[in-house]
Design a protein around this ligand. Structure first.
Ligand SMILES: Nc1ncnc2c1ncn2[C@@H]1O[C@H](COP(=O)(O)OP(=O)(O)OP(=O)(O)O)[C@@H](O)[C@H]1O
Length: 256
């Protein structure tokens, strides 16, 4: 499912946060939205989801998600927010099962299939041992994977993930990124992630979109976007960029 954003402008508290943003994410591809703190990355994800009103067009497979009811929307797009609301006392399994809500009839109960999907997702994310644990008894990284589990349990064609790896150790970062990539290839998922780890973004995404002060500063394949000059200009950081696996750029910080 293609995502198309055209000339999107979003104001929050009367302040322009996104200014004339346009981007096209082809179906089955992975786009990483990068940029400094406060650039508007999370706002862009929420606008695609239809949760931030704005001027301009946002379409997923030709449909403006703002015109859909929440249940319909949740069958098309799954969203893992950066700071999720986690119900106190709810177990990991029940929280993951919430991802099946769009498929459960009103006043109905989840089916054996819904429970099987939730179990399978927990297994793939290495969370089976925590299934009965309350959410408030988890570490930050465990909680982050559970939020991703809930999103994956929705089995949508589009995944919007806001900083899915920030709290994860290096092994779980790799596991989560590999899993997203496998799902993308196997099920032709369209993925948009915000991500601060630029090397990780460059290793997995087909395309990077660099937001700066609410505007698209540059967009393209990782090797074109992740240059020392671009990073210095927009992040005020000194980095060395060397070719990594498959020619994809690897960044290392250089002390001034
Ligand atoms: N609900 C809100 N009301 C008013 N301003 C907001 C709101 N949410 C975010 N902002 C402002 O909008 C700008 C963009 O915020 P956003 O969260 O989209 O940035 P970001 O690029 O995701 O940042 P970060 O990398 O720090 O997560 C920031 O200046 C922020 O202070």
């Amino acid at each position: 499912m293609t995502i198309a954003v055209r000339d999107l402008n979003v104001e929050l508290d009367g302040r322009p946060v996104l200014k004339g943003v346009s981007l096209e994410v082809p179906g089955g591809s992975w786009t990483a939205v990068i940029g400094p703190n406060g650039a508007g990355k999370s706002t862009l994800l929420r606008a695609i989801l239809g949760l931030r009103p704005g001027r301009g067009e946002v379409e997923v497979a030709g449909t403006d998600l703002r015109t859909l009811k929440p249940r319909q929307r949740a069958r098309v797009v799954a969203y893992a927010p950066q700071i999720p609301h986690l119900p106190v006392g709810m177990t990991v399994f029940d929280y993951t099962l919430l991802g099946r809500s769009p498929y459960i009839p009103h006043l109905g109960r989840e089916s054996a299939h819904d429970r099987a999907v939730a179990s399978e997702v927990l297994e793939r994310l290495d969370l089976t041992a925590l299934a009965g644990r309350p959410l408030d008894h988890l570490s930050g990284g465990e909680r982050q994977r559970v939020v991703l589990a809930r999103a994956l349990a929705q089995q949508t064609s589009v995944l919007l993930l806001d900083e899915p790896t920030t709290a994860l150790d290096i092994g779980h970062q790799q596991q989560v990124m590999e899993l997203i990539d496998q799902l993308r290839l196997a099920d032709e998922l369209t993925v948009v992630t915000t991500i601060h780890d630029l090397t990780l973004a460059g290793q997995y995404a087909d395309r990077l979109v660099l937001l700066s002060e609410g505007q698209v500063a540059t967009a393209g394949p990782p090797s074109e976007v992740l240059t020392a000059t671009v990073i210095a200009e927009h992040f005020d950081a000194r980095v060395r960029v060397s070719p990594g696996p498959g020619g994809r750029p690897v960044l290392s910080l250089e002390r001034p």
